[in-house]
Design a protein around this ligand. Structure first.
Ligand SMILES: C[S@@+](CC[C@H](N)C(=O)[O-])C[C@H]1O[C@@H](n2cnc3c(N)ncnc32)[C@H](O)[C@@H]1O
Length: 361
């Protein structure tokens, strides 16, 4: 309690003018912001608003939702910058909100739906369990690992592939602009999913051929992606299990967002299969959000959050450069360099060449 004449000390404010309590509580409420965006994506709110501004009741009518609750969702989306409330109860999409439309090139609707949906949300609910034990929480809820769970539900696997393809939208053009793929004859994208990365590479390099390798469910949309990019005749789609073996055709092996899904011994198995397949003069590129050696405030946050996402959902992890170096060495590769990909949203390329053969795993 303050004595008369005393004034409370002004709390320090950060660069955005927020007090420590406001910063903390903003983070606490972050899960509700995420849930609101995911709900908007799931309910097709942006598609309904695409033609013209609408009232909450009009959106509800189109979405088949409760009018009052829908208006409250829209007001929250206005506060988050996805819509504007142009006049009372009249909502219009912003440039950010328009990314949730399903019918636009560059849509992020599937990504917003899947990365915040009930399945993956369960992993986050188990964060305390994961931090206590070091184990992924999601398999306790699903009764299976994430990929085994997806394999039981073709629709869910398709949505996951779509989300991964959409999440690559920023990364792939930046990667293709940054890495010179011209020295390679055949690029093999291990765990290449819907073919977004390979399509980007082949489109930019008419003399390069490629293979997208994934599970049968993982490549379900790859033919369509490669066809739409006009590169299908230079691309092969191969299915299999990267723990058992990978195609031996390539002089460049790319693994984007693969190793972070797995614990280190599993990563060593995948890399060892690549080492067995790769030509002596071949190259390996790991495209990943490489963690800095020391975490500092203000650094690119998604890589640290992704590290936790991998922990709770899969038992995987993001890694530092030194950790990638050790993993590569244990799997018969030698790290030759790591460079950040400008404009990619925090991705780097970890470059490696075949080194001494690893012990058989
Ligand atoms: C996180 S996604 C990354 C997809 C893509 N590389 C990207 O960055 O968008 C992981 C991929 O690994 C594939 N995958 C999982 N287990 C696999 C296995 N045992 N063999 C081959 N692919 C597998 C999944 O189907 C999925 O496409």
């Amino acid at each position: 309690m303050l004595n008369s004449g005393e004034t409370a000390a002004e709390p320090a404010r950060n660069g955005a003018g927020r007090t420590p309590a406001e910063v903390l509580m903003g983070l606490v409420w972050g899960s509700t912001a995420s849930a609101a965006v995911t709900a908007a994506a799931a309910l097709g709110v942006a598609d309904h608003l695409a033609g013209s501004p609408l009232s909450g009741a009009e959106v509800a009518d189109r979405a088949g939702t409760d009018p009052d609750a829908t208006r409250r969702l829209l007001r929250a989306l206005a506060a988050l910058g996805l819509v504007t409330e142009e006049s009372p109860d009249r909502f219009a999409l912003t440039e950010v909100g328009a990314l949730l439309r399903s019918d636009v090139p560059g849509s992020y609707r599937a990504a917003a739906k899947v990365f915040g949906d009930e399945t993956l949300w369960q992993g986050s609910r188990g964060m305390v369990h994961s931090v206590r034990t070091g184990e992924p929480a999601l398999p306790h809820f699903l009764g299976a690992g994430l990929f085994d769970h997806l394999r039981r539900d073709a629709g869910a696997y398709a949505e996951f592939n779509d989300a991964m393809g959409q999440a690559s939208r920023t990364v792939v053009p930046a990667l293709v602009g940054h890495v010179d793929f011209t020295p390679f004859r055949t690029v093999v994208d291990i765990g290449g999913g819907d073919g977004t990365l390979l399509a980007g590479v082949l489109r930019a390099h008419p003399d390069v051929r490629g293979v997208v390798f994934d599970t049968a469910e993982g490549v379900a949309a790859a033919a369509a992606t490669l066809g739409a990019a006009g590169v299908a005749e230079r691309a092969e789609i191969r299915t299999g299990d990267f723990f058992a073996g990978v195609p031996a055709a390539g002089d460049l092996y790319v693994l984007k967002n693969i190793l972070h899904d797995w614990e280190t011994p599993d990563c060593a198995r995948i890399l060892t299969r690549c080492r067995e397949a790769i030509a002596p003069q071949g190259r390996l590129m790991i495209v990943a959000q490489v963690l800095p050696d020391v975490a500092a405030p203000g650094q690119w946050v998604p890589s640290h959050l992704n590290d936790l996402t991998m922990l709770v959902n899969l038992g995987g992890r993001e890694r530092t450069g030194a950790e990638y170096g050790a993993l590569l060495e244990a799997s018969g590769f030698a790290l030759t360099g790591i460079d950040e990909v400008p404009g990619s949203g925090g991705f780097s390329v970890v470059h490696a060449v075949p080194g001494p053969s690893p012990a058989v795993r």
